[in-house]
Design a protein around this ligand. Sequence first.
Ligand code: URA
Length: 486
Amino acid sequence: MRRVLLKGRGDLDEWRDAARALACAGISPEDIEWCEEGGEKQLFWEHDVLPPQPASTSRPMTVPPAFVELAAAVVCHTDPARFSLLYRLLWRLQADKHLLDVASDGDVSVARLMEKSVRRDAHKMTAFLRFKEVGSGISINGRRKFLAWFEPDHHIVVRKAPFFQRRFNDMDWVILTPKGSASWDGVKLTVSHEPCTKPDLSDPADELWRTYFANIFNPARLKVKAMQAEMPKKYWKNMPEAELIPDLIANAEQRVLAMARREATVPPAFHGRLKAAAQNLPSAPSAVAGTWEALREQAAACSRCPLHAKATQTVFGEGPQDAEIMFVGEQPGDQEDLAGRPFVGPAGRVFDEALSAAGMDRARLYVTNAVKHFKYEPRGKRRIHQRPSRGEVEHCRWWLDRELEQVKPKLVVAMGATALFALTGLQQKLEEIRGEFIELEGGRRLFVTVHPSYLLRLPDGDMRRKEVERFRRDIARIGAELASSG
Ligand code: URA
């Protein structure tokens, strides 16, 4: 009896090298015992463990491509019997090239079941893995860093890593699991079959996931069994939104009854506009990759955070790409959301008046927001502005970083605390740094002032007049400063 000890962590090459060496040496499946490191059998083995041997060329072997594909999935399974099963198939394929077409064959059907289980596990990983942002502030290379912990049933991390590379190409990430790890830094995808331990994770985006989940949960369509089959409980512990599920289920019936009792309402007016906008969405990006147009198209389809779901459209920045000054606000308001342009509503009018009082031409400025989607709460027919959370600002900062990279303004003006946080990571009282020209890394300067909406909210007429004057003086200083710096 030959004994073969493998690490057995989903590495096809490891099994293939050993299997090829054994098959070329003519050793039949009944004469081999397979075991993986740490497996039960290994405890009773003292001698005669065959390390993977280089393949001999004495007896060339061929297998159909379908077998390689099947074996690549089956070696990822955790069943200790997978190696002997695959070797039996390999052995039998030498006599019967069409063996895999016989679905009723015992070995083939077990292998297919294993393959299905591995594929399902991989699918669950793509659905339930949650990245958490690590570190804060503006990163040096403009890329944000994320970490995820996931507990798969099988050795699927290495197999699934290229999917995450494609899907999350624009951020640096590390995925750790008890069955291997993968990481991407924008240049290199690194994978390992070595087990990892769970890191300490908490993230402001957790709250986002919970809000999103609570919003999309429809108690009238609840099917507990189907839900648990689709999102098995074992994944819940690593999903921030899962803690809401028991309460949502428990209160579902009451909520459905309350919904039934409520009078029918006319859909809010903006539903029609949302629908029309959705129908007009571009079907595929058409601009050349890497260009400004491509960036705007990507932003138009952005779904990085749940805010996109309720907004009419992305409101990207606008202005010349070589503007010397970039003004950054908080997020589009109701009118900006409908028009698809920043600062065209009431706050925009306050802003425009201050610009013209200072003799500044808006057409020469780049104007944008920290967050590109309108966050609001529907109240009757109105949409009430809601301040974006820290997590939402951090998610959207990716776009702001791209705008800064492209426009390269000499001066950035943060209008309000959200813009200040998006641009610097600082959560400071505005008054402490308002009205100063602050040197940032890379020769850029920052000026901080209030947000025009703040002026609109001031209840006292006298105070409002004074504050509007102060805001206009800030804007005038910006104009004068730029004129003097040439
Ligand atoms: N408030 C903002 O911060 N941005 C806009 O575009 C409009 C209102």
